[in-house]
Design a protein around this ligand. Structure first.
Ligand code: T4K
Length: 372
């Protein structure tokens, strides 16, 4: 008898609004024929997001990565930037592509964000900024980081690619530091297919970003800053406006998935599962586990392989550490980041999306637990 193939489950799966709803909202574009360059939907989405994220300004971009690069450029950073290597390639690539030197700080083993107690030791006369990452939607110690930055006259840009909608003590997470970058990539809690944003309270930065994402053009005859093309188009903006309407359902479904994972995995010896952070409203963006093979009896890679044998594709977000990526070989000073190294070697990000059913989570967990 032929075996039925097990349902394929990937690490992420984009949520889409109902087809008719999207079509209805893009229909007017056939009349206006205004498809990009800060159109009506672009402007409406930035207002709607400012309200949702509880921030003064939202500048939209074609993706999160270019948003980060333009923000680094816009704040005039130079020399060295303190950041962590436990992140997606984008964070470090943005720093390096802007001509700056990343100085890598270690992370803390609790939530995998920058260890704020390690920052001051890394500050030199060349340091201009800190770029910490709210990895998996876990927020950094924003109070400590902002205080250190103030004391030393440094700028702070948070890589909040994963932290859409997260609040700390009731405040939108995009209010901390000088600016924050959010990613609206298709795999995120909220998406515009590709897309991203900078949130800031700095009006000057907002006006500068308005131009630099459009080649630095001020008006038809004046180009007074340097920039690429990083504009979000109307089809992306409409996708965002539709998705924003469905966000409450999206979050509810994700929360149910996280609860189910926690039910199965929270008390398993040798598996560390992220715990809720105090005073934080989470967004259930990712579900990482960190495997201590000496206790669990199997390595992270063995768990990943076992899942793949059942058509389940977890990912090693984030391995390798960005300072170990081939493109940087021999380029930067060796970083003293033992916690980040240990975590990158042991972390596995389990499938996470609003489309996962409870039985899918049960299946994923039973493959993991049956290894013991
Ligand atoms: N900073 C941080 C900390 C980030 O994590 C990211 C992006 C950025 C900055 C930069 O932001 P963006 O410039 O991207 O806005 C994915 C995403 O492409 C990337 O946005 C994200 N981080 C990263 C963590 O994950 P990959 O290379 O792992 O994607 P990929 O193609 O392997 O897709 C993963 C899974 O997602 C697939 O197995 C299935 C699902 N998927 C994927 C696509 C493309 C969908 O369901 N629909 C889709 O359209 O990077």
């Amino acid at each position: 008898m032929e075996m039925k193939e097990e349902k394929r489950i990937l690490v992420a799966r984009s949520s889409l609004p109902p087809f008719e709803e999207y079509v209805e909202k893009i229909r007017p574009l056939w009349d206006s024929v205004w498809l990009t360059n800060m159109g009506e939907n672009h402007e409406a989405l930035s207002r709607e997001l400012a309200e949702y994220l509880k921030v003064p300004y939202v500048s939209l971009f074609t993706n999160g990565h270019l948003a980060l690069e333009l923000c680094i450029q816009g704040l005039g950073l130079s020399g060295e930037v303190i950041t962590t290597p436990f992140t997606f390639a984008s964070t470090t690539q943005a720093i390096v592509r802007c001509g700056l030197t990343p100085v890598f700080a270690d992370i803390n083993p609790k939530d995998y964000t920058i260890d704020a107690d390690r920052i001051e030791d890394l500050i030199t006369e060349k340091t201009s900024a800190i770029i910490p990452v709210h990895v998996y939607g876990n927020i950094c110690d924003v109070e400590k980081i902002d205080a250190i930055a103030k004391k030393h006259g440094l700028k702070v840009i948070y890589d909040a690619a994963h932290a859409f909608g997260v609040t700390y003590k009731g405040k939108g997470i995009g209010n901390f530091g000088d600016a924050s970058m959010f990613s609206f990539h298709a795999t995120k809690v909220f998406h515009t297919i590709e897309g991203g944003a900078i949130t800031t309270g700095n009006e000057e930065l907002v006006s500068l970003l308005y131009k630099t994402r459009d080649f630095g053009i001020r008006d038809e005859e004046t180009v007074d800053s340097i920039g690429p093309n990083a504009k979000m188009n109307e089809f992306q903006a409409v996708m965002g406006r539709c998705n924003l309407l469905h966000l409450p359902e999206e979050l509810k479904k994700r929360e149910a998935v996280v609860e189910r994972y926690r039910m199965h995995l929270s008390n398993v010896a040798g598996l560390a599962v992220s715990e809720p952070q105090e005073d934080v409203t989470p967004n259930f963006a990712y579900f990482p586990i960190v495997v201590d093979e000496t206790v669990f009896g199997h390595t992270r890679d063995e768990i990943k392989d076992a899942l793949e044998a059942h058509n389940i594709f977890a990912r090693k977000y984030f391995y390798p550490l960005t300072n170990r990526m081939e493109c940087y070989e021999g380029r930067f000073a060796d970083a003293d980041v033992p916690v980040a190294a240990r975590t990158a070697d042991r972390v596995l990000t389990l499938p996470m999306s609003a489309s996962l059913e409870q039985e899918d989570v049960d299946r994923i967990c039973s493959v993991i637990l049956s290894l013991r």
